[in-house]
Design a binder for this molecule. Structure first.
Ligand SMILES: CCCCCCCCCC(=O)SCCNC(=O)CCNC(=O)[C@H](O)C(C)(C)COP(=O)(O)OP(=O)(O)OC[C@H]1O[C@@H](n2cnc3c(N)ncnc32)[C@H](O)[C@@H]1OP(=O)(O)O
Length: 244
């Protein structure tokens, strides 16, 4: 799933740029046609999937040292091929006038980011969302368990998207987590919902756990529409697409 910032978003985006300077320069108006974006995204996400597999294989491999060294040389050669043509910095968020946006570098949902777990967040029209994914060896904290920071990362993303609803800009103000029980690596599910709204403050509640079992981590977050991004402007400006 990819969030989209339609043409009307440019007002909110320009305020963000002026206010936050270089950081928000990462929102890039980019008139690449949607079909080209779709094509590139498919190829890039395929590569990210393979690199994710490489990460897992690296962690778990028991091949001899000389084989590890040989693989290292091949991986270095592949990285050099990719670096022949690359961006000067992070990928940022791009959007075109057709209402398509793409955020391939995002740490949780970036389709070009092999560090991101493969997550598709599903939103309904009523301020709630869920996601199911499998967290493997790359996300380990306690032995066999999901790292607590990874749970926080994943929850922050689904909660931020839920607060935003892709119709307004929100930022995490405060995130409170209660780790109730260890979360084993493997299939997990997250759920989030808006629990309350008051002016620029949106409270979101969420949980993550093994599907069908008791909650492992519960979260409450206060998400803020920044002072510099008025509700009217951001509500006009943000939209989302179903697919990405
Ligand atoms: C569509 C795309 C979906 C994307 C999903 C992305 C998920 C990922 C989300 C993130 O990770 S965001 C990155 C992490 N968060 C940040 O970097 C936020 C950094 N902080 C800020 O930019 C500003 O502090 C912030 C925008 C949060 C607030 O600045 P404002 O200038 O708008 O707040 P202001 O000072 O006007 O305060 C408004 C009210 O909020 C309260 N407040 C401000 N900051 C707060 C805070 N951090 N926690 C709790 N309350 C806070 C403040 O006390 C006040 O309360 P009262 O109205 O009752 O007086």
């Amino acid at each position: 799933m990819v969030c989209t910032a339609g043409p009307a978003a440019s007002g909110a985006l320009s305020v963000m740029r002026e206010t936050l300077g270089m950081t928000m320069e990462m929102f890039i108006h980019d008139e690449t046609p949607t079909d080209e974006v779709d094509r590139r995204e498919k190829v890039l996400s395929g590569l990210a999937d393979s690199v994710r597999d490489l990460v897992d294989a690296t962690i778990r491999s028991t091949v001899p040292d000389d084989e590890l060294a040989a693989v290292r040389a091949e991986v270095a050669a592949l990285a050099a091929r990719l670096r022949r043509q690359q961006l000067p910095g992070p990928a940022g968020v791009h959007y075109n006038s057709e209402g398509r946006s793409w955020n391939w570098g995002n740490a949780v949902v970036g389709l070009g980011n092999a560090v991101a777990p493969p997550v598709e967040i599903v939103h309904d029209a009523f301020g709630s969302a869920y996601a199911e994914m499998t967290l493997g060896a790359a996300y380990e904290g306690p032995p066999g368990m999901v790292h607590g920071g990874v749970s926080a990362l994943m929850l922050d993303q689904i909660m931020g998207e839920t607060a935003s609803g892709f119709k307004r800009l929100t930022m995490t103000g405060t995130l409170t987590l209660r780790y109730r029980r260890p979360l084993p690596l493997g299939p997990v599910r997250m759920d989030a919902r808006i629990a309350g709204e008051e002016g620029r403050k949106i409270t979101v509640e969420a949980r993550i756990g093994v599907p069908g079992e008791d909650t492992a981590v519960e979260a409450t977050g206060l998400f803020l529409i920044p002072r510099w991004a008025s509700v009217d402007e951001t509500e006009q400006g943000w939209s989302r697409s179903a697919e990405g």
